[in-house]
Design a protein. Structure first.
Length: 224
């Protein structure tokens, strides 16, 4: 089995387990329980299967668009992050719609997340007492988690617009398009996003903000 086949098999295995084991919120919606509704109501993806005639030959309506699907996976990945302040997820997708890698913000493999700090600021002013020198960003992890499949020419879905350091890696990896959900700008760090926009533009990487067709997605732990 070559490296690309291994990447596809690994990805399919991971998402098969996630789909059956996790419920997730989508597009920054609060965690609430909603009944099964028609997609026209609140934009919730769900259908009452019992009300559908078994003789109806038409396909189901209200299914996810590809963009919503991949962005939802980025949001699901973010739920794995242990960062108490900001959870970011990313999903790397090939041009023909194959998921190549997923990632979220966290510490490097082998580095205990119980022994490194999660704080945003240090009381003593020591930057080594904050998370920033240690954390790996979601975009980088998604690219590195491809089992050696190339990121060149692929699309990257991220829940938050990448900073300048991540933009450099995205460019060097050859990613052709970045689709983001929200851009978080802080008063003391606007420069990292300005620089990111400039770098991505100069490198010819297409950037667009995701426009969801659904307000939220609900997955229930129940038999189909």
């Amino acid at each position: 089995m070559n490296s690309r086949e291994l990447a596809l098999v690994s990805t399919a295995t991971v998402f098969g387990a996630l789909a059956s084991a996790l419920a997730f919120r989508f597009f920054l919606s609060p965690k609430k329980h909603f009944p099964h509704t028609n997609p026209s109501q609140n934009g919730v993806v769900s259908q009452n299967r019992s009300s559908r005639s078994p003789f109806d030959p038409s396909k189901r309506t209200g299914y996810l668009s590809w963009d919503d699907y991949f962005m939802a996976i980025a949001f699901l990945s973010a739920e794995r992050s242990k960062d108490p302040n900001r959870q970011v997820g990313a999903c790397l997708v090939s041009q023909n719609g194959v998921i190549l890698g997923i990632g979220y913000n966290g510490f490097p493999r082998g580095c205990s997340d119980d022994k490194l700090p999660w704080a945003k600021k240090s009381k003593s002013g020591d930057p080594l007492e904050t998370k920033y020198p240690y954390v790996c960003h979601a975009e980088v992890n998604a690219i590195l988690n491809t089992n050696h499949a190339s990121a060149a020419g692929q699309r990257l879905y991220v829940t938050m617009f990448p900073c300048n350091e991540c933009a450099k890696i995205i460019i060097q990896a050859g990613v052709s398009e970045v689709i983001y959900f929200v851009e978080k700008r802080l008063s003391d760090s606007d420069i990292i996003y300005v620089a990111s926009h400039k770098l991505l533009s100069m490198a010819g990487v297409k950037v667009r903000k995701h426009q969801p067709q659904m307000n939220q997605i609900l997955i229930k732990f129940e038999e189909p």
